[in-house]
Write a protein that binds this ligand. Structure first.
Ligand SMILES: *[C@@H]1O[C@H](CO)[C@@H](O)[C@H](O)[C@H]1NC(C)=O
Ligand SMILES: *[C@@H]1O[C@H](CO)[C@@H](O)[C@H](O)[C@H]1NC(C)=O
Ligand SMILES: *[C@@H]1O[C@H](CO)[C@@H](O)[C@H](O)[C@H]1NC(C)=O
Ligand SMILES: *[C@@H]1O[C@H](CO)[C@@H](O)[C@H](O)[C@H]1NC(C)=O
Ligand SMILES: *[C@@H]1O[C@H](CO)[C@@H](O)[C@H](O)[C@H]1NC(C)=O
Ligand SMILES: *[C@@H]1O[C@H](CO)[C@@H](O)[C@H](O)[C@H]1NC(C)=O
Ligand SMILES: *[C@@H]1O[C@H](CO)[C@@H](O)[C@H](O)[C@H]1NC(C)=O
Ligand SMILES: *[C@@H]1O[C@H](CO)[C@@H](O)[C@H](O)[C@H]1NC(C)=O
Length: 379
């Protein structure tokens, strides 16, 4: 018990003797390792100062009398020595310069309290979340990549519209060849329709600093698919199948056809004739609205370097006669007009006759007969 207390006191004395510091720096920055010693005098006599900065067993910078040696990559300012500032600067902080540094100073051959500095690199991660399409209502993974960090511990968390959906949890990075660490974290989730255009964030915390990367989800909607056929009466004619692909997103789709598991390839679009010319047939399906619009349809054949393409057109009424509401055609209209004109003529004729008759009295029976026969003829 006494022994323990004693050793504790000794330890305290030792610690008191040595000032200890931890210095962290970002890669490639300057880092100052402090070594300040308070002195009684205003100024020290520079010729009596001896300084030895060491790392492990090797010295990094020494100063004594007229001699001064500083290793490459370090620098210090000897003009500060007389004020008790023996700090050393690391010019380009890197992983290989990490370690425990000791500053030992003596004055007039008396050792002054030494200073121990632990130097380490602090490299925050760069965070990256690849944009990606996720499948509606299916299991999906969002990946969050953290790269180039040191030391190896990071915390990942996920947010949706700034609300935490996965609380922080610790991940130890994997060492990469450059000495820094990388880590990947996946968010597993089932996107809903409400997740379209919603902002998801991956937050990476490292040594008290955190960074967040936001992405907008692009949600793929799977289509509903119906297969149908255009009915024909005869079994020896070509059969056209069609597939309605509905309610999908985004716009890009391609459709393939199979028969008994074997791919149905599109027939060659063009056939070569014996005279080296070609023949082809192209299809276009009018929507019900386009079909209702009627009018002229035209097939225009463009060829490279041809300014006036060949074309042919046809009236939809001829190609696709409609047998609905009895709309009068031109000839029907003409015959109706003819009918009206003849009725008027006959009427005038009869009226004229009766008018004349009234002047020169004649029997009305003849007139009536005449009119009746004309009218029945027209009908
Ligand atoms: C580091 O220190 C050196 C020498 O003092 C100076 O030339 C350089 O600009 C400094 N670099 C940075 C990043 O501060
Ligand atoms: C060391 O001394 C210098 C000036 O001499 C001062 O600027 C610096 O803040 C001191 N550093 C510490 C850690 O006391
Ligand atoms: C500095 O200290 C190292 C390690 O203790 C020693 O090897 C070296 O000789 C010392 N240099 C001077 C100039 O005192
Ligand atoms: C250095 O130490 C010696 C004795 O060890 C002493 O006589 C002398 O005055 C000291 N010099 C200074 C500048 O403190
Ligand atoms: C996702 O959608 C956004 C717009 O909402 C677009 O800028 C981005 O390029 C899309 N991402 C991918 C991977 O297509
Ligand atoms: C994360 O998801 C990707 C696919 O998005 C997968 O390749 C990878 O194995 C997943 N990683 C983990 C740790 O689950
Ligand atoms: C998503 O955003 C894009 C462009 O920012 C917009 O065109 C689209 O309509 C939006 N979708 C939804 C479902 O809000
Ligand atoms: C497809 O399968 C049916 C029976 O399963 C068979 O009769 C037919 O010959 C097959 N057709 C092709 C093209 O393989």
């Amino acid at each position: 018990m006494r022994c323990k207390v004693l050793s504790f006191v000794v330890l305290l004395a030792l610690i008191k003797h040595v000032s200890s510091n931890e210095i962290q720096a970002y890669p490639n920055t300057n880092a100052t390792l402090p070594c300040n010693i308070s002195i009684q005098e205003d100024k020290m006599d520079v010729t009596l100062i001896r300084v030895n900065w060491t790392r492990g067993d090797s010295s990094v910078a020494t100063f004594g009398g007229a001699e001064e040696q500083v290793k490459d990559g370090f620098s210090w300012d000897p003009t500060g020595f007389t004020d008790g500032d023996f700090s050393l600067t690391i010019l380009q902080a890197s992983l290989s310069l990490q370690g425990v540094y000791e500053c030992r100073v003596s004055y007039n051959f008396t050792d002054l309290p030494s200073s121990i500095v632990t130097f380490s690199i602090l490299a925050p991660p760069s965070v990256f979340v690849p944009q990606k399409w996720v499948l509606l209502e299916k299991e999906n993974q969002l990946e969050c990549h953290a790269k180039g960090f040191y030391p190896p511990t990071v915390y990942f968390s996920w947010t949706r519209e700034e609300q935490v959906i996965q609380p922080p949890f610790q991940v130890e990075g994997e060492l990469s060849p450059d000495g820094y660490y990388t880590a990947v974290n996946n968010l597993t989730f089932y996107p809903s329709r409400e997740d379209q255009n919603v902002t998801f964030g991956c937050k990476v915390s490292h040594r008290g600093n955190s960074q967040e990367v936001d992405i907008q989800l692009n949600v793929t909607y799977l289509p509903s698919v119906r297969l149908s056929v255009i009915k024909t009466r005869f079994s020896n004619t070509p059969l056209t199948l069609y597939c309605d692909v509905e309610s999908f997103y985004p716009e890009d789709v391609s459709v393939s056809w199979f028969q008994n598991g074997t791919a149905l390839l599109d027939p060659p679009a063009t056939d070569q004739n014996t005279d080296h010319t070609y023949t082809t047939r192209r299809y276009f399906t009018l929507s019900p609205e386009q079909r209702q619009k009627r009018g002229m349809v035209e097939c225009v054949v463009n060829q490279p370097e041809v300014a006036d393409p060949v074309s042919t057109s046809a009236d939809l009424d001829k190609l696709d006669p409609q047998d609905e509401a009895p709309v009068l055609t031109k000839s029907a209209k003409a015959s109706v007009a003819m009918m009206c004109i003849s009725v008027v003529l006959v009427f005038l004729l009869c009226f004229g006759f009766s008018w004349r008759r009234r002047d020169g009295e004649s029997e009305p029976a003849t007139k009536k007969h005449l009119c009746g026969s004309r009218e029945s003829q027209v009908k």
